[in-house]
Design a protein. Structure first.
Length: 59
């Protein structure tokens, strides 16, 4: 779920200074955000279905 926040921050940091998505080798930040939000229910369901919980906090 934090991936959406990441791409919102990346979009804000870029200041809108990027080529048109059609001419770019990467999706525009808003396209990434839209795709992440659209797929989040499935990703969260997969996360809930697994018993493994990664510990991503630094020690």
């Amino acid at each position: 779920r934090q991936s959406v926040n990441l791409w919102q921050n990346m979009d804000a940091a870029s200041g809108g200074n990027r080529p048109m998505e059609l001419l770019s080798t990467h999706p525009a930040p808003q396209t990434r955000i839209d795709n992440l939000q659209a797929n989040m229910p499935n990703a969260y369901a997969d996360y809930q279905a697994t018993a493994y919980r990664p510990n991503c906090r630094s020690k």
